[in-house]
Design a protein around this ligand. Structure first.
Ligand SMILES: *Cc1c(COP(=O)(O)O)cnc(C)c1O
Length: 386
């Protein structure tokens, strides 16, 4: 009875959410801290004042929320925690990330999670008549949407050090006059490319095609591409509240680009779902945007735990890629990835492992709070003394 197109879908498989046992979840890059208390207050306040709001449709354009997001970006430059690393993986001094121009609300599009925003981006800017260029290992939702919208894909292998092969990607993009999409910092590798590298790439990439940088993890380090928006009118940056703003359960993502491309996204949204961001999400997200100090603090705590845990693993001989995210990607020679994953799970902690050739021995570990990481350290001690 289903339409034939459904047969060709290849749905996204998220990190498991088992119900049989209570696990410490370090498998979906969720934030271990709750959202700002201001968020809870704002939700409770708005319901007490007028629950009638729930009976009415929300602002379809998220007008105030988009202003709040613009303010947040202008205040942070796209980073809550600015740890960066040199090419050897050593932490470098914090960067100055003041934006060279002001981001305005007409440069923001808000959606029901950045997954939905990405879906609108695919629909708006990528065509089936040419391949979309993406790295071989990156966010696994891109191929899902490519399938959904019937867009052919070219997956460009990563370099040996797991960084993106920008030269090769641009080469392919120019060959087909195509768009590119990638995450920066990338997942599951956790490493980032400098803004300068991306600038140089965009300079030689097709100018009449939209290129997308997914900054889901931008707040935890690396360098944001937001400053490049004034140089390239074909750049779309997608970001999310899910990771750094503790909003995975609320659902809120956004795109930042020039007002023309943002208009296109609105047109597509209004042709699909006029009200993707519900009233409570708008109230909550506005409150979150105002409490920058709280989120700077939680991001810093996560970055600190991350660096501690990376050091712990390295001292035990694990190879840890230099992370600018809220997770680390690691393996150890002689240790079977699947067996390690199973062992850690048997001890009550879920991490993520991918059954994908080239990265099957790696574990992707979300950084939790201090107690959770202590627990995981104990498990890693036992893992090797077995
Ligand atoms: C988590 C993640 C997203 C999705 O975020 P939501 O806003 O929760 O839909 C998008 N891109 C990357 C790279 C991610 O890791």
């Amino acid at each position: 009875m289903q339409a034939s197109r459904v047969l060709n879908l290849n749905p996204y498989k998220p990190g498991e959410q088992p119900k049989d046992r209570v696990y410490i979840k370090l498998n979906a890059n969720e934030n271990p801290y709750p959202p700002s208390p201001e968020v809870t207050k704002a939700i409770i306040h708005s319901l007490k004042e007028s629950s009638m709001k729930l009976a009415l449709y929300p602002d379809p354009n998220s007008t105030d929320l988009r202003k709040a997001i613009a303010n947040l970006l202008n205040a942070t430059g796209g980073h809550l925690c600015r740890t960066t690393f040199d090419s050897c993986g050593n932490p470098m001094p914090a960067l100055q990330d003041k934006l060279p121009f002001e981001i305005t609300s007409d440069m923001i599009f808000a959606g029901n999670g950045s997954d939905e925003v990405l879906s609108f981006v695919f629909y708006s800017f990528f065509e089936g008549d040419r391949p979309l260029i993406q790295p071989e290992h990156t966010y696994s939702f891109y191929p899902v949407y490519a399938g959904y919208y019937d867009i052919p894909l070219i997956k460009v292998p990563l370099k040996k050090d797991f960084s993106l092969d920008l030269e090769k990607m641009v080469q392919e993009a120019n060959l087909y006059n195509s768009s590119m999409i990638f995450a920066n910092p990338n997942a599951p590798s956790s490493i980032y490319l400098s803004r300068q590298e991306i600038r140089e790439m965009l300079k030689v990439a097709p100018k009449n095609r939209v290129h997308v940088v997914d900054e889901a993890y931008g707040d935890f380090g690396g360098e944001s591409c937001l400053p490049l928006l004034s140089e390239f009118n074909n750049l779309v940056i997608v970001r999310t509240f899910s990771k750094s703003l503790s909003f995975a359960g609320m659902r809120l993502g956004y795109a930042v680009s020039n007002p023309e491309l943002i208009k296109t996204l609105f047109c597509v949204k209004d042709s699909f779902n006029h009200f993707p961001v519900d009233y409570l999400a708008q109230v909550a997200a506005k409150a979150a945007c105002k409490d920058v100090a709280y989120y700077v603090n939680t991001a810093k705590m996560i970055c600190k735990e991350r660096d501690l845990f990376a050091k712990f693993l390295q001292e035990k001989g694990w190879n840890v890629l230099p992370s600018a995210t809220n997770f680390i990607f690691t393996y150890k020679k002689g240790i079977n990835g699947k067996a390690a994953y199973e062992y850690i799970k048997s001890k009550g902690i879920l991490v993520r492992r991918f059954d994908i050739p080239g990265i099957e021995e790696y574990l992707r570990i979300t950084i939790g709070n201090h107690e959770q990481m202590e627990e995981l350290r104990k498990i890693f001690q036992d893992l090797e003394s077995r």
